[in-house]
Design a protein around this ligand. Structure first.
Ligand code: C2E
Ligand code: CA
Ligand code: CA
Ligand code: CA
Length: 274
């Protein structure tokens, strides 16, 4: 149940000897990549739907592989999660994200994805404190993105982590909302400040009246719980307009911007401040 869908695709069948070898090689390379600092982050703007202004960025991991070039998370996160290396990758992205956010001339926040294993590990808090201090970043400008599977990895440990980070003023966003189980139960138990509507619901809005009602209901739920709502995967002007009419305040997606290099994100912040 901890595997991501793409991991199941690749490894559901009994691995052949070749596949097992390839997986082992990837695992080895991931260890080496962490040691060599081959992981970087790109930053995708999160914007106010009404004005288009950038309110924050989501940090997304990329692997600069020496031979294969840039590899997106789909190419390494499944194996990284299975083997536990994901924790080291998460810490690395967290450090880069704090460092970059501290250079932005505006007050934009940065969000970082945290895997279930990392979120259940009590040592995460000390690492967050250290990265914030090293970057001199205000904790109020950091948010952690977690999914229901993150929470379900170890719900009791996750609840402790949420308490510790909330005490520091660090935000919690529920990612991919509506795609997993027990969504309402954990919304109630985990005091999150932001809800991210999964892109599948944004797509469904234009496909059917039912899709529209689901999106409307999620926005209403978030607003009633005093959470801010970010729609993911906004690709068209029509989607932006519909989301605005439903009362959704924030969005993220190719319609506004693709994930940007650290330099491009910094430039965008400066341009908007001017
Ligand atoms: P996510 O957290 O749901 O991130 C959003 C993904 O959607 C990103 O893919 C982003 O590039 C993509 N995206 C953004 N706007 C659009 C759009 O308009 N259309 C479409 N089709 N896609 C859009 P990416 O960067 O490949 O990341 C994939 C997933 O990998 C992330 O999904 C997240 O679950 C995971 N991930 C990324 N970085 C990290 C990390 O540092 N740690 C952990 N644990 N997971 C990460
Ligand atoms: Ca995310
Ligand atoms: Ca998401
Ligand atoms: Ca997703």
């Amino acid at each position: 149940a901890k595997l991501r869908p793409d991991a199941r695709l690749a490894f559901a069948v009994t691995p052949t000897r070749g596949a097992a070898l390839a997986r082992l090689q990837l695992e080895n390379q991931l260890h080496r990549a962490v040691a060599r600092g081959e992981f970087v982050a790109v930053f995708q703007p999160i914007v106010a739907l009404a004005t288009g202004r950038t309110v924050g960025f989501e940090a997304l991991a990329r692997w600069h592989h020496p031979e294969r070039g840039e590899i997106a998370p789909g190419g390494f996160i499944p194996v990284a999660e299975e083997t536990g290396i994901i924790g080291a990758i998460d810490d690395c992205v967290l450090g880069i994200a704090c460092r970059e956010a501290a250079t932005w001339s505006g007050a934009q926040f940065v969000t970082v994805n945290v895997s279930g294993r990392r979120f259940a590990d009590p040592s995460l808090i000390a690492v967050i404190d250290a990265k914030l201090a090293a970057a001199r970043l205000d904790p109020g400008r950091l948010k952690l993105e977690i999914t229901e599977s993150t929470i379900m990895t170890d719900a009791a440990a996750a609840a402790n982590t949420v308490r510790s980070i909330a005490a520091r003023g660090i935000g919690v966003a529920i990612d991919d909302f509506g795609t997993g189980y027990s969504s309402l139960a954990y919304l109630h138990r985990f005091d999150a400040n932001t809800l991210k509507i999964d892109s599948s619901f944004v797509k469904a809005m234009s496909a059917s009246e039912q899709g529209m009602e689901i999106a409307r209901t999620i926005v209403m739920l978030a607003r009633n719980l005093r959470m801010s709502v970010v729609a993911e995967g906004v690709e068209t002007e029509a989607q932006r307009n519909t989301l605005l009419s439903l009362g959704c305040e924030y969005g993220q997606g190719y319609y506004f911007a693709r994930p940007l290099s650290a330099e491009a994100a910094r430039d965008l912040v400066s341009r908007e401040a001017a």
